[in-house]
Design a protein around this ligand. Structure first.
Ligand code: PLP
Length: 460
């Protein structure tokens, strides 16, 4: 018989101990996957094991190989860490095991999303009428928003895509920044619009969309149902598209405007960076992540839509056994997302926003931007090192020496050092080190220590 209380206390102890230790552990442990396989694999277990033994085996096998992305010196992929309250809330959500499909499956999960979503909308400066869905991440958020867009632009052209599909429908134009995130393309594939049909628009020197070129691309094509995809937070440079003028141009063509702001939308949450997303409220839909800059644990993203009817028309479904007759007016979380049964991920978001408050979130955004600038200033002062982007947000692009090979060597050495972890990217034909600052745990000391590791790698 499992002593559940002892088991979960032990687990909480492991989580706490790991999180306390992570600043001093190698950021990338260099663990051999074969050791993890040996610890956890083998033949399919024939019979049961005690819960204590299962947990002990999992911890022993996995913990030495964990990537320290929840620590202070992980600068890859805009990962963010996880706030204490948000982590605890997610642990509670797992323990409570609610199905957040609708107000019948879990009224409380529905209300938590309703509260947290309303707070997010306000923090991000989105219209008060905007609907929202709590999804798994930016990919799902982009897909949900573009499904709503597809519905609305075709409905305006007299076509019911939900009923009749795309065969025989009016063609949909999709115009997007050439430096969009690849998940836009995957969303277009999934929605049957086709990534190949996308009309790309060039960008300025820092990777923000060129509004004059956007106007030209829109003007040169046929009059048709049109979706324009803008971006807040270029995945490489952090640049934000000039939203207000870009939306205005798109409006002249009756287009739906979607903003992919997986991390950059959080610029709206600080008075010092809000100018970067000026005009944000004029768009039609917005995708962002909680598991990036809000520092909510994985997996958590949000799809917002200025047209709740289109959002629901594109996503909702029902069945006789699912009707929530008891509370017909309550918001059904499942009407705004791709999943049916789903975990109560609103709890962690509620906790993150409750823990930070408006000022705490603004301070987190500002701190990350200031630390990104600190990286840029220090690295740019080193001989043989060049910062390639204008560091407007939390992203820094760095080149070492005059060729890609030196940059690749430095990145590999830094990743192997265990001191910090930065990824590699390719931008404008160059291989570059990509530094993303998005953890609430990162301090000036962490940046200085990481710069020392980078310089040591360069000079080795
Ligand atoms: C701009 C942008 N859009 C979309 C995504 C996809 O988000 P996710 O990985 O959470 O699905 C990312 C990052 O991964 C991103 O940086």
């Amino acid at each position: 018989m499992t002593d559940l209380r002892a088991l979960l206390t032990t687990v909480a102890g492991h989580v706490a101990a790991y999180r306390e230790a992570v600043p001093d552990l190698p950021v990338f442990p260099g663990a051999d996957p074969d050791r993890v396989r040996a610890a956890l694999g083998g033949p399919l277990p024939e019979g049961p094991a005690s819960a204590e033994a299962v947990v002990a085996q999992l911890v022993a096998g996995v913990e030495p190989a964990l990537v320290g992305s929840t620590g202070p010196r992980y600068f890859g992929f805009v990962i963010g860490a996880s706030l204490d309250a948000a982590t605890a809330a997610d642990m509670l959500a797992v323990g409570w095991d609610q199905n957040a499909y609708n107000q019948l499956s879990s009224p409380v999960a529905a209300v938590v999303e309703e509260v947290a979503g309303g707070w997010l909308r306000e923090l991000l400066g989105l219209p008060a009428r905007a609907s929202f869905g709590f999804v798994t991440g930016g990919q799902a958020a982009n897909t949900v928003c573009l499904a709503a867009a597809r519905h609305k632009v075709l409905a305006d052209a007299g076509w019911d895509v939900e009923r009749d599909g795309l065969v025989g429908s009016p063609g949909v134009r999709v115009v997007a920044t050439a430096e969009r995130h690849a998940t836009i393309d995957r969303a277009l594939r999934l929605l049957g619009l086709g990534a190949g049909a996308l009309e790309p628009v060039g960008t300025d020197g820092n990777g923000a969309i060129d509004v004059r070129e956007l106007a030209a691309v829109l003007a040169q094509g046929p009059v048709a149902p049109t979706i324009v995809c803008l971006q807040a937070g270029n995945v490489n440079t952090g640049a934000c598209d000039p939203l207000r003028p870009a939306v205005a141009v798109a409006r002249e063509h009756g287009a739906w405007v979607h903003v992919d702001g997986a991390f950059g939308l959080w610029a709206a949450a600080s008075p010092t960076t809000r100018w970067l997303v000026d005009g944000i409220e004029t768009a039609d839909s917005w995708a962002t992540d909680g598991h990036k800059w809000l520092n909510v644990p994985y997996d958590c993203g949000y799809a917002f839509c200025a047209h709740p009817d289109a959002h629901v028309a594109a996503l909702a479904y029902t069945a006789a056994y699912l009707r929530a007759a008891a509370m017909p007016s309550a918001r059904s979380p499942g009407d705004y997302v791709l999943e049916s049964s789903r975990r109560a991920r609103g709890m962690a978001t509620w906790a993150a926003v409750r823990e930070l408050g408006r000022t705490g979130l603004a301070a987190l955004v500002e701190q990350c931007c200031a630390l990104a600038r600190r990286f840029a200033v220090q690295l740019a002062s080193v001989e043989g090192v060049e910062v390639l982007n204008d560091v407007v947000l939390n992203q820094v692009l760095v080149r070492f020496g005059a060729d890609d090979a030196t940059t690749e060597r430095v990145i590999a050495a830094v990743q192997a050092s265990g001191e910090c972890w930065m990824g590699a990217t390719s931008w404008r034909g160059m291989t570059l080190m990509r530094i993303s600052v998005s953890s609430w745990r990162t301090t000036e000391d962490d940046v200085d220590r990481s710069v020392r590791a980078i310089v040591a790698a360069l000079r080795a």
